[in-house]
Every structure is written in structure tokens, then in C-alpha cells.
Design a binder for this molecule. Sequence first.
Ligand code: MN3
Length: 202
Amino acid sequence: MAFTLPELTYAYDALEKSIDARTMEIHHTKHHGAYVNNCNNAIAGTEWDEKSIEEILAHISKLPAAVRNNGGGHYNHSLFWQLLSPNGGGRPSGVLGSDIESTFGSFDTFREQFSNAAATRFGSGWAWLVADASGALKICSTPNQDNPLMDIAEVKGTPLLGLDVWEHAYYLRYQNRRPDYINAFWDVIDWDEVARRYAATR
Ligand code: MN3
């Protein structure tokens, strides 16, 4: 079963307050589209082409770099689009909100630490909030298209929130100002989706 490029549930210009339409369109159709095609080509005719993306990532150390880069890219972007919403922003409520507060001290401290992980990732990569195997919330970052589901990840866990800090995610509007893009990201986070993912791990 070949992987396919998922449709977005909102228009390319729906997140304009934080991410411009042209960036969204190129990012989705060209960048994510290429990860899907390249991943499919890399696993075609192997034992992995019947497996889920999660199962592939869990065994990524046994697979070629093309699968790590493009399979990771497919998973990461599929998640990223779901975490964004034109009605996003604000703060998480419920169990997620209180667990973030008890883990990091406050929502503002969490936001600062996550933003710092995103800002200080050298080169291309992602910042993450994960729930690890014990259920603990952790912030980490990964290079390139790696993610915390990979068996080679330094910090492993289920990704709840992820931020793409590749230049292709922000350069048209923000150029070298990655911190401004990170700041704008908080206005389009769909906390209901993050909470749904957290609940599924518990
Ligand atoms: Mn990207």
C-alpha cells in the first residue's frame, strides 16, 4: 500500500495570520508531496511496503537513509498539518493543560522551553512535545526529518506537538527570522488535537 499525500482540512490561506498561503501550498504539495513519493519509491518491493509508517519508523535503524528522511518527512508533515487550525491559539485546558503546568511549572515556561528547542535546533529539524513510555511530558528536538518515534531518537515517545523549523516552512515571509515564525506558530496551534493525541496515550 503506497502512502498518499493527505488533504488539508483548511484552505492554504486559512493560517495567513501566522503562515502565508504560498508557503503552505509549496510546503504541502511540493515538499510533503516529494517525501511521499520518495518514501514510496524507497520501500517499493521490500517487506516494508505493507507496513504502517509508525512500524517503519520504529525500525528505522535497519532501513536506508532514504526511508529515514522521506518516511520521517511524511509522518512529520502529516502530523504538523493536523496540529494547525485557523481557530487555534490560546492554551490547552483539561488534563493536558494541568499536566503541562505540573511538568513545566507553568504554561509560559513550557512555551519558552519549547520555543527555545525550536530556535536552537541548528540547521533543519523539528521541536517536539512528547509523552514518553512512562507517560511523562518532555520537550526535545530532532535533526532533519527524524522524530521521537524512531528507534534511533535520543528522546523517544509519542509526538503530541511538533514544529517544523526547516527554512522551507517560513522563509518566504520570515526570511532568517525563525524566532518570529516560532512566535506566530502559537496563534495557530489546535490544542484540541494535541489533547486528543495526549488522551490516546493514557
Ligand atoms: Mn517541512
